[in-house]
Design a protein around this ligand. Structure first.
Ligand code: MCA
Ligand code: AMP
Length: 507
């Protein structure tokens, strides 16, 4: 169903699975698909009342909640463009996103109202509403007085459904324009491949402002009649408590290493489960093997990115090979290419390029960047280094882009380096990812001071804290007299990565 829209896919599911619980959570009544549809209609009417029209951006920075899901569905139903932001982003980061996305409406947590209104006023954005994790907020109030029916606005597969910011190698975030068709085709493909159905109960402990928790977990579940077992965030004990009532889990590798650290994880605990999926960052083979030994389940690792949704997956039936990300999804073309865009030989390393109905339509108001990252035949250049075996199995071996993935969150060194270089007393900086037992990789900065004495680590971190989301902050800032350089004068990050490889395990 390549030309299907997300709106139609989700509307149909809500009608088809009416009495099935869509979301279950501790301390609250179950929410059926019918009730979720009605709630999203109230929010859609509220959006319309606030002047949101098809094509408008709705910027959302709120805590995870069922109401936030209803707001997402409502945005899609009104034909508007959902623009979720990580709750960790600071006011300085929000300022940039508002100027770039020019949303018609900004929805924030009640505690951030004042700050958001100040920023919105600067950008000429009239509508700011709030939504709290516990039903509170002005948008919830507005929605509660609205009708529980709403005629979803008809959309084409090529219409935008979402704008998701991804940081870039230049230090500035770019908005990835994701269409109705991108999301519908990816969800339909994954439901089929991973065999999701009304009999499933998916443990949902991911944030819902990134592709993994929002488009992979939510869209796959809500379009297949799966019941979501809902957590506001990941907590290994709470997830293990609920596991005997569940059939599936989607998580980042940190979820799996944290569960393995608990002696409660066992074959018995995982008895009702049929599928554990991992993605967003590399899953170590040792984690894969330890999990199989402890539970009898081989984790299914898949690979994707904001710009293309899911791209490859290990098979549902068949070998799930540790350290590999499996095969191109049905209907998706993957090739491993050299710098000239020509495919390399099987087994050779190149950059993974992807083409298909899942690939986004470009960067928001940034045709130059879009042109840079697409081949003339429409293939998107992922920036991930990979190999492909004769049978098509893909292994991610590294990144051509300078990117750190920490606990599933992406951090682009350039953004941190720019902020560090601006600090008094810092001459230059190099930001690297180093191994971290919990997050896989974590951020470390190496700086050279302008004067004899470097500013203290605490002062530098405090200064960065006002500007950057906390997960981006270096876990250590190390002052050195000189950065290692090659003969061309380029900083040798590989040397720094080696030198400081165990700096976080030492602390
Ligand atoms: C939290 N902290 C982190 C991270 N998370 N630092 C580095 N990396 C992280 N990932 C810091 C906080 O800033 C805070 O620092 C301290 O740790 C405690 O924060 P808390 O929120 O309590 O942390 P947590 O609950 O332990 O969170 C760890 C987590 C979480 C559960 C692994 O980061 C998480 O849910 N990650 C999933 C990210 C995700 O969904 N990625 C998908 C992107 P301080 O004490 O200084 O304040 S989509 C994607 O990548 C593509 C499309 C794909 O393929 O899926
Ligand atoms: P994002 O920009 O947040 O969408 O992150 C996408 C990036 O996450 C990809 O370009 C990869 O570098 C990385 N990624 C996602 N899944 C995997 C995986 N299974 N193994 C290795 N890297 C992954």
């Amino acid at each position: 169903m390549p030309s299907q829209t997300l709106t139609a896919l989700l509307d149909d599911a809500c009608v088809r699975f009416g009495d099935t619980p869509a979301i279950v959570r501790d301390g609250a009544p179950d929410l059926t698909y019918r009730a979720l549809h009605e709630l999203s209609a109230r929010y859609a009417n509220a959006l319309a009342a606030r002047g949101v029209r098809p094509g408008d951006r709705v910027m959302v920075q709120v805590e995870k909640s069922v109401e936030a899901v209803a707001l997402y569905l409502a945005t899609v139903r009104t034909g508007a463009v959902f623009n979720p932001l990580n709750t960790a982003y600071t006011a300085a980061e929000l300022d940039y996103f508002m100027s770039d996305a020019e949303p018609a409406l900004v929805v924030v947590d009640p505690k951030s109202r004042e700050a958001a209104e100040g920023l919105a006023a600067r950008h000429g954005i009239a509508a700011v509403e709030t939504l709290g994790a516990d039903h509170g907020g002005s948008l919830a109030d507005l929605a509660s007085g609205q009708a529980q029916t709403f005629e979803s606005v008809a959309r084409d597969a090529s219409d935008l459904a979402a704008l998701l910011y991804t940081s870039g190698t230049t230090g500035r975030s770019k908005g990835a324009m994701i269409t109705q068709g991108n999301l519908a085709s990816n969800a339909a493909t994954l439901i089929d491949l991973w065999q999701f159905s009304e009999t499933d109960r998916l443990l949902h402990a991911l944030p819902i402002f990134h592709v993994h928790g929002l488009f992979v977990a939510l869209n796959v579940a809500l379009a297949s009649g799966t019941t979501l077992i809902w957590f506001d965030k990941f907590d290994a004990d709470r997830v293990l408590d609920a596991m005997p009532r569940a059939t599936a889990l989607m998580g980042v590798p940190t979820f799996y290493t944290r569960m393995l650290a608990s002696d409660r994880l066992s074959r018995d605990a995982a008895q009702s489960m049929r599928l554990f999926i991992s993605g967003s960052a590399p899953l170590l083979a040792e984690t894969h093997d330890a999990f199989a030994e402890r539970t009898g389940h081989r984790i299914l690792e898949r690979y994707g990115m904001t710009e293309a949704g899911m791209i490859t997956s290990n098979p549902y039936d068949g070998d799930r090979v540790a350290g590999t990300v499996g095969y191109a999804l049905p209907g998706v073309d993957v090739r491993i290419a050299g710098e000239d865009g020509k495919p390399v030989l099987a087994g050779d390393v190149g950059v993974l390029e992807v083409k298909g109905p899942n690939v986004f339509s470009g960067y928001w108001r940034n045709p130059e960047k879009t042109a840079d990252e697409f081949r003339p035949d429409g293939a998107f250049i992922s920036g991930d280094l990979a190999t492909m075996a004769d049978d098509g199995r893909v292994t991610i071996v590294g990144r051509a882009k300078d990117l750190i993935i920490s606990g599933g969150y992406n951090v682009y060194p350039k953004e941190i380096e720019v902020a560090l270089n601006d600090l008094d007393g810092v001459a230059e900086s190099a930001v690297i990812g180093v191994p971290h037992a919990d997050f896989g990789e974590a951020v470390v900065a190496v700086i050279t001071p302008t004067g004899a004495a470097a500013p203290t680590e605490a002062d530098m971190l405090a200064a960065l804290g006002g500007q950057l989301a906390r997960f981006k902050l270096p876990k250590r800032v190390i002052a050195v007299a000189e950065l290692p350089r090659n003969t061309m004068g380029k900083v040798q990050k590989n040397v720094l990565r080696e030198t400081y490889a165990d700096v976080l395990s030492r602390s």
